[in-house]
Design a protein. Structure first.
Length: 477
């Protein structure tokens, strides 16, 4: 009868079964993990991108262990050097992952132990994967918030540059997708800059809340050794340490906050993309997309499709969906850690990558847009000036509600007769109001309309130039 092969000790001291490293927690279990469970529970394909953060956290933890005299200085130096060597392997794509590596954290510890021997088993003293994962996530979030802020700023600059290039161009402003009043194109573009400014504020707020060290929380009750958490926080650049060990490992609200900020930003990009799709249509004809940022049809030779803008609009669903997915994961979890939290990262990373791509492609495309300013200006004329006529009546003492009614009747007359406001004769005007004359209406033009809107934040040319100048100063900081 064939004898059962015993687990063999590897040269680094960890047991191996049939070529697989035995789990770090395997002492409690009589049999190895089933192959389907290995695949189902592994997060390595997703969280391997956290390797830099994991190694940085491990180096700081080593220093805390040395300070607590749980490691000698010599042991600490060996571990730090071993971690640096593992980092070089990962950076050069020479790191060999094993099927038994559940996640990036265990993969790095396994490889470290292969390099430095049993000493590698001391690295995990005083920490759990629960606080280790929470630490890596917060390190990633801080860096990602900074990167997202930079990308949002780059798109803001592109909008300002476009606005300065067309600062005198007129266009129709819309409500309900109906022509409403004349505005400046620059004013329209600056509206998106303001949206992005609030997006940046939300991202920065998220970074502030992410700037908290969870390491030292252990599995849920706190480390069982006198680790200097403030030392670790200083080493990793955290502003503070977590105040409650259970909260530190159990919640992902900072990740949800990031996704909320990302979802709102993506919605803003989608609205801009939607307008580009509309403006590029023959029905609007306000803008021509650059050839390098458009596609054609495999069947219709004449087509020039706004696929970039459409994809930005479409990908918004992925970012919004990531927020819903994480909130749904969190909503029923009891304290403290639950394995459900492993599902935070797929949606989080995908949303961050998706939003980054959308921001990058829009920032690259905007400078090459070609606006048909003549067509836009022509579309800003006509019945859009009705509010200006009502304002003129108000200046002559007519209550606004009465002025609104008078001009509404004038508009109805124009639509019925196919006449423009500026072409109405004296008799028609006098029938509606003694204050209206052909000379008065001839002065009602799109340029004069926008010039009237000189309140702070309005579309008046001087005010828009002030907004552009302020934006340029902010971008230069």
């Amino acid at each position: 009868m064939r004898s059962r092969r015993r687990p063999q000790a590897s040269r680094c001291g960890r047991r191996r079964v049939k070529g697989r490293a035995v789990k770090a927690w395997a002492g409690r279990f009589a049999t190895p993990t089933a192959a389907p469970v290995e695949v189902f529970t592994s997060s390595l394909p997703v969280d391997r991108r956290l390797w830099r953060h994991d190694i940085a956290g491990s180096v700081a933890h080593v220093q805390a262990l040395v300070r607590a005299r749980l490691l000698t200085r010599r042991e600490g130096t060996r571990l730090e050097r071993g971690l640096a060597a593992v980092a070089r392997e990962l950076d050069a794509s020479r790191f060999r992952f094993l099927a038994s590596d559940e996640d990036i954290h265990m993969a790095i510890e396994r490889r470290l132990t292969e390099r430095v021997g049993p000493l590698g088993g001391k690295l995990h003293t005083g920490r759990s994967r629960n606080d280790q994962v929470a630490l890596d996530l917060r390190l990633w979030l801080r860096a990602e918030c900074d990167a997202l802020d930079d990308r949002l700023a780059r798109l803001q600059r592109a909008l300002v540059t476009l606005g300065r290039r067309h600062r005198d161009a007129l266009m129709p402003g819309y409500t309900h997708l109906q022509r409403a009043q004349p505005v400046l194109l620059a004013h329209h573009l600056l509206a998106y800059r303001e949206m992005l400014a609030r997006d940046r504020g939300r991202v920065r707020d998220c970074r502030t809340r992410a700037d908290e060290l969870p390491l030292g929380a252990g599995a849920l009750a706190g480390a069982g050794f006198p680790l200097d958490r403030r030392l670790v926080a200083r080493r990793l650049g955290f502003a503070r340490v977590s105040a409650n060990s259970m909260d530190a490992v159990a919640d992902r609200d900072v990740a949800a906050e990031f996704l909320a900020a990302a979802a709102i930003a993506a919605v803003h990009l989608s609205r801009l993309a939607e307008e580009l799709v509309l403006w590029a249509s023959e029905e609007f004809g306000f803008v021509e997309l650059p050839d390098a940022f458009a596609t054609g049809s495999s069947m219709m030779p004449q087509k020039k499709n706004p696929d970039v803008a459409e994809l930005v609009r479409g990908k918004t669903g992925r970012v919004v969906g990531a927020l819903v997915a994480l909130l749904t994961t969190l909503k029923g979890l009891p304290l403290a850690y639950n394995r459900d939290l492993q599902e935070d990262k797929p949606a989080l990373f995908d949303a961050a990558d998706t939003l980054a791509q959308c921001l990058d492609v829009l920032a690259a495309m905007l400078p090459h847009l070609r606006f048909r300013t003549g067509r836009m200006a022509a579309a800003a004329d006509g019945l859009l000036l009705a509010t200006d006529v009502a304002d003129l009546l108000v200046e002559r003492g007519v209550p606004f509600r009465r002025a609104h009614e008078i001009v509404g009747r004038l508009v109805r007359h124009c639509l019925a007769t196919g006449t423009a406001l500026r072409d109405l004769d004296a008799a028609v005007l006098r029938r509606h109001s003694p204050h209206l004359t052909p000379a008065l209406l001839r002065d009602v033009t799109p340029a004069r309309s926008v010039a009237r809107r000189r309140v702070v934040g309005g579309t008046g040319p001087r005010e828009v130039r002030r907004q552009l100048a302020r934006a340029a100063r902010d971008d230069a900081r």
